[in-house]
Write a protein that binds this ligand. Structure first.
Ligand SMILES: Cc1cc2nc3c(=O)[nH]c(=O)nc-3n(C[C@H](O)[C@H](O)[C@H](O)COP(=O)(O)OP(=O)(O)OC[C@H]3O[C@@H](n4cnc5c(N)ncnc54)[C@H](O)[C@@H]3O)c2cc1C
Length: 435
């Protein structure tokens, strides 16, 4: 039977919860972490690219034993139409550094490893335990939790909500609103298994090198969305995601989109002959800066996806989760070290520290992007990809047509599709939202 009073209870053993629990346990706090999954990672879905810098700040020597797949040396960004893709590739041998910057991981293995570190740091980790309710005292302060296990309430000075994107506990307790369908994407993903040497040959990588492809265009059928393909050691993660509100409005199904992506002529040869062993679906918070809820209160803080901290423009989530978990933990350790109570006033330190980090700075920079991509998705995700593809083909096809005529035809096609004013307006709105 576990003891009933802790310094901190962390709800969830994903990236943010593990980062928070590890940081606090390593600083001597009595930490209880509760995870509803059979084991940490059993419920979690990610592409997955893991950003080393943010993990290094928590576990500097993580490379010694963390289950890492491939370190990334090449990134391809594709704009796709129905039969082709136009790409920007960046590959550099500089990424073959002693301490690589980005790795592909498989969350089920990675989260287990991270959780072992949390336990070694001294935290008590309890899986197959769903937190069902936050307990509040007469002054509305969160003082503990109730779980689906027998044994009643468990109390703590502060509760860290690291429960992921839906954040049901926090919303049920009235700490924040339920995320809106237009601020949440639904992503589906398959794991395609292939021999290591086949992956190396198809993607031009060797050893532990890896390559990722991220794609926008007609694959999302005019919805704001993204397709991705990430190379692991002996598998390829392939997936696609679009906003939940768009799926509903367009009556589209994510499975249909994934099937179409798999049979696209640019993707099909890359996964040919593979065996699909895993299929998963998960939500991603994509509302950006404007969707960030209240992050702290009397006796509680919220971190990671539950706090909607996800940078959809750069496809970053786990690093924001780890960083917000670490920063919340550091704020709690600081309050604890001066024997301060875990009041809203004292926990405001977490928000102040987070505001100074890349997490909030990045989300603030792109604060207008989610709305722009959503409202103009038909043009950005269908009209322009088609025009770009036609322009590229026109430019490359040698057919006796004079180059000047080709250029005129391309310009005319853009004006015909969007009008001069539309082109300028799309470009200006994108530039303003991006800056
Ligand atoms: C398809 C897909 C691809 C992605 N690709 C990338 C990528 O390549 N790179 C990247 O950086 N990010 C990526 N992300 C985003 C990234 O996965 C998330 O940002 C990150 O996992 C958030 O971590 P978290 O700890 O906040 O939440 P989660 O990882 O979701 O963890 C929440 C945990 O809380 C537990 N939990 C929930 N409720 C309760 C409860 N009541 N009681 C007990 N436990 C509970 C859950 O079981 C879970 O373990 C991707 C997401 C998806 C869906």
């Amino acid at each position: 039977m576990i003891e009933q009073k802790f310094d901190v209870i962390v709800i969830g053993a994903g990236m943010s919860g593990n980062a928070a629990a590890y940081t606090m346990a390593s600083n001597g706090l009595k930490v209880l972490q509760l995870e509803r999954g059979e084991y940490p990672g059993s419920k979690n879905v990610q592409g997955a690219i893991m950003y080393a810098n943010m993990l290094e700040k928590i576990i500097p020597d993580f490379r010694d034993d963390a289950p890492l797949e491939r370190h990334l040396v090449e990134q391809r960004l594709w704009v796709m139409d129905d039969t082709s893709h136009t790409g920007i590739h960046y590959r550099s041998d500089d990424f073959n550094e002693a301490k690589p910057n980005r790795y592909t991981i498989i969350r089920a293995q990675f989260d287990k490893w991270f959780s072992r570190k949390v336990r070694e740091a001294g935290a008590t980790v309890l899986c197959e335990t769903t937190v069902t309710e936050l307990i509040r005292d007469a002054s509305d302060r969160v003082v503990g939790v109730r779980t689906d296990r027998a044994g009643g309430a468990i109390y703590a000075d502060v509760v860290v909500l690291a429960e992921g994107v839906c954040g049901l506990l926090g919303t049920r307790a009235g700490l924040r609103e339920m995320p809106e369908p237009q601020t949440v994407a639904l992503a589906v993903k398959e794991m395609h298994f292939l021999p290591e040497e086949v992956i190396e040959q198809r993607f031009g990588v060797k050893g532990d090198e890896g390559c990722v492809i991220e794609a926008v265009g007609t694959i999302s059928r005019s919805m704001a969305g993204l397709g991705f393909l990430y190379t692991n050691k002996e598998s390829i993660s392939l997936g696609i995601g679009c906003l939940v509100s768009d799926f509903a409005a367009m009556a589209e199904s994510p499975y249909v989109l994934l099937d179409a992506l798999k049979s696209h002529p640019s993707i099909r040869p890359l996964i040919a002959g593979s065996e699909v062993k895993e299929y998963s679906a998960h939500l991603i918070p994509e509302g950006g800066y404007k969707a960030i809820p209240q992050l702290f209160g009397d006796g509680w803080v919220v971190v990671g996806d539950a706090a909607q901290l996800n940078n959809a423009i750069h496809r970053e989530g786990s690093n924001l989760a780890m960083t917000s978990g670490r920063i919340a933990a550091e704020a709690i350790v600081e309050v604890k070290s001066r024997n301060g109570p875990m009041t809203k006033r004292n926990l405001a330190r977490y928000k102040a520290m987070l505001d100074k980090s890349f997490v909030v700075k990045d989300l603030r920079k792109y604060k207008d992007m989610p709305a722009l991509l959503h409202t103009n998705s038909c043009n950005y995700f269908t009209t322009y990809p088609r025009l770009i593809s036609q322009a590229a083909q026109n430019f490359m096809r040698v057919d006796g047509m004079a180059k000047i005529e080709k250029e005129k035809a391309t310009t005319a096609a853009f004006i015909m599709a969007r009008s001069r004013w539309g082109l300028v307006s799309d470009a200006v709105r994108l530039a303003l939202a991006w800056r």
